[in-house]
Design a protein around this ligand. Structure first.
Ligand SMILES: [Fe+2]
Length: 343
């Protein structure tokens, strides 16, 4: 089947499905009022997530997002125990002293350890798959071996439980640079993972999903979305390859970057909440689908996402500049999703 046809057909079905959910069961999606979410619980576990942040052209914007992260944490009296860097970690060149400087300026000092002392987990985006004088994939794998750092990317795909003590969520972190997922704006030096590696990752991914579930929440992280209202459009490689796996395992969240905005998408018959958090600093991009038609939320803004976890609930908030909360929703371990702030 022509992947574009598949994508279009699925898009139409999903657009209709979301409209149908919103029309038939608003109570299932929107809590009463739905304009203000309860404040974060300082006693919960917290993680701040952001994608598309390591820009070589928009560092002041990256700094604005970092300042918003710090402001949000301070004003809510929380200290995130971890960050998650959702890919497109490093745009442009990272060679020699220039690369050292960028690691310091745009990671170590940009997100100061005094505010974010925990690990900074990371996955790889398409801009990380560029051999710009250095192989930026290998560079990111090697960095923690050579420096005292919070940067945490033990492999291109890996798993961890969070929080470390008394965990409530299992994270499966994937490399979504699969063959066929061409970069939107290809550079002459960009490349993709091999078919052999993609198959090996899928074998590992399926084995992780098949393990008995021992924690309340299961979260899959990658860089490329399956579904997006953004300029990159729904992904005809990832939808058939990973969509059925997410559904069968009842994965709670699939969280990515790639489109430079903040999104939350839900689909009838698909138990997973799809989150895009690509507002870490790079230039904003246009919509390909009006977010009013497929949601519940889309914000063409810079910002980050705040994931709050207890054994009873996982709450995700999209936060833009100046610590302004735009959208929030909560999932419970039984799979129920409630929008707390419609946005
Ligand atoms: Fe990307």
């Amino acid at each position: 089947m022509d992947p574009n046809q598949l994508s279009r057909r699925q898009f139409l079905r999903q657009t209709f499905a979301y409209s149908a959910i919103a029309a038939l069961a608003p109570g299932a999606l929107l809590s009463a009022g739905a304009q203000s979410a309860p404040p974060p619980d300082p006693n919960a576990a917290h993680m701040f997530m952001l994608g598309d942040w390591g820009t070589d052209r928009y560092v002041p914007q990256q700094l604005n997002v970092s300042q918003s992260m710090q402001q949000w944490a301070t004003s809510n009296r929380i200290q995130p125990g971890a960050m998650f860097m959702l890919g497109d970690n490093w745009y442009g060149k990272m060679h020699d002293q220039h690369g050292v400087q960028r690691w310091n300026d745009q990671f170590e000092n940009m997100y100061p350890a005094s505010k974010f002392p925990g690990p900074a987990y990371a996955v790889l985006g398409n801009h990380d798959y560029e051999k710009a004088k250095v192989d930026k994939v290998q560079m990111q794998l090697d960095y923690p071996k050579q420096h005292k750092t919070r940067w945490t990317m033990p492999d291109r795909w890996y798993t961890f439980n969070y929080p470390e003590k008394d965990p409530v969520a299992k994270f499966i972190c994937l490399d979504s640079n699969l063959p066929g997922t061409k970069p939107f704006d290809p550079w002459p030096w960009s490349y993709l993972m091999s078919h052999e590696d993609a198959d090996a990752q899928d074998t590992w991914f399926k084995a992780e999903l098949a393990k008995p579930r021992t924690l309340p929440f299961l979260i899959v992280i990658a860089h490329h979305p399956l579904y997006t209202n953004g300029v990159h459009r729904d992904n005809p490689v990832l939808i058939p390859r990973w969509g059925p796996l997410l559904k069968q395992a009842k994965v709670d969240f699939y969280i990515t970057g790639h489109d430079h905005d903040l999104q939350h998408l839900e689909f009838e018959g698909q138990p997973t909440s799809f989150v895009i958090s690509g507002g870490g600093g790079a230039e904003l991009v246009d919509w390909s689908v009006d977010p009013k038609k497929r949601g519940p939320f889309g914000g063409r803004v810079l910002g980050f996402s705040h994931l709050e976890l207890t054994k009873d609930a996982a709450t995700l908030r999209h936060i833009t500049l100046n610590a302004q909360e735009l959208h929030a929703f909560r999932r419970t371990p039984d799979g129920k999703m409630t929008v707390l702030k419609a946005g």
